[in-house]
Design a protein around this ligand. Structure first.
Ligand code: SAM
Length: 249
């Protein structure tokens, strides 16, 4: 098989048309314990990363927002409150198990009326051109097989003047952080995953997929190549995570 036909799934090379199925298995397996694991793994810090994303989104009342790869709905829930009844939020994810946990969670919080749920692939968004004021994709792009295609699809459905925010694991920049972070990700995370979800492999995939994801400058270049403008990024927690933002004009 040629290199063009394969892609990475964590550290393994797999046929391109197999990656989405493997990613689906990961999220079907972890969906029920996903939120608990996020809090345990990050010591609750993922809430701060998401709060920062909301602040940088500049979302206002009445706007139309797409939370792509939105999973259990942390960002979509907050956007629902911000846009109010005259606005609209679409929580979109490729995975039915994650969407189902998200829908249940947001409904339990009484967030209904301005949220829709859509099972979609980020690579082929089934929305009209120039439709959304803001798109967020948090910890999702890493899992997408063809990231360039997904970025092009996001640009198409964004309104002129709209912005894309990509919150994703990135390359630690703080001195001395790398080795500690490596030890944590390759031993603590899979062990925690095994204890809480019974699925060690999915959390090893998490650690490996983070290492395979483009670093800050590479992702910025990919967003620019897709047509986003004024692209910038902000390192969070020493660059363990970065928030990239780009505009469509
Ligand atoms: C790590 S979770 C992030 C969930 C949520 N955004 C958060 O920050 O908590 C990654 C999500 O990306 C979704 N995903 C993976 N590949 C996707 C694709 N090609 N299109 C849409 N969603 C995808 C998964 O199903 C999963 O729900």
């Amino acid at each position: 098989m040629s290199e063009q036909d394969t892609t990475h799934f964590g550290y393994r090379q797999v046929p391109k048309d197999e990656k989405a199925g493997r990613v689906a298995d990961v999220f079907h397996s972890v969906a029920a314990k996903y939120d608990l694991m996020n809090d345990l793994m990050s010591g609750g810090v993922h809430r701060l990363w998401k709060r920062y994303t909301i602040e940088m989104s500049g979302v206002r009342r009445g706007q139309r927002i797409l939370d792509l790869a939105g999973g259990t709905g942390d960002l979509a829930g907050k956007f629902s409150e911000l846009v109010g009844p005259e606005g609209e939020v679409v929580l979109a994810d490729i995975n039915a198990s994650m969407l189902s946990v998200g829908r249940q969670r947001l409904t339990d919080r009484g967030l209904v009326g301005n949220i829709e749920f859509a099972q979609v692939n980020a690579e082929e968004l089934p929305f009209p051109d120039n439709h959304f004021d803001c798109i967020t994709i948090a910890f999702g792009l890493r899992n997408v097989t063809d990231k360039d295609k997904a970025l092009a699809s996001m640009l198409r459905v964004l309104k002129p003047g709209g912005r894309l925010l990509v919150l994703e694991f990135s390359k630690p920049r703080a001195p001395g952080l790398g080795p500690v972070y490596d030890a944590y990700s390759f031993s603590v995370l899979p062990t925690l995953g095994a204890m809480i979800t019974g699925d060690r492999d999915s959390y090893r995939y998490l650690a490996e997929s983070i290492r395979m994801h483009p670093d800050q400058e590479s992702l910025k270049a990919m967003m620019e190549a897709a047509g986003f403008e004024r692209v910038d990024y902000y390192n969070l927690t020493g660059g363990i995570v970065a928030l990239h933002r780009g505009f469509k004009f």
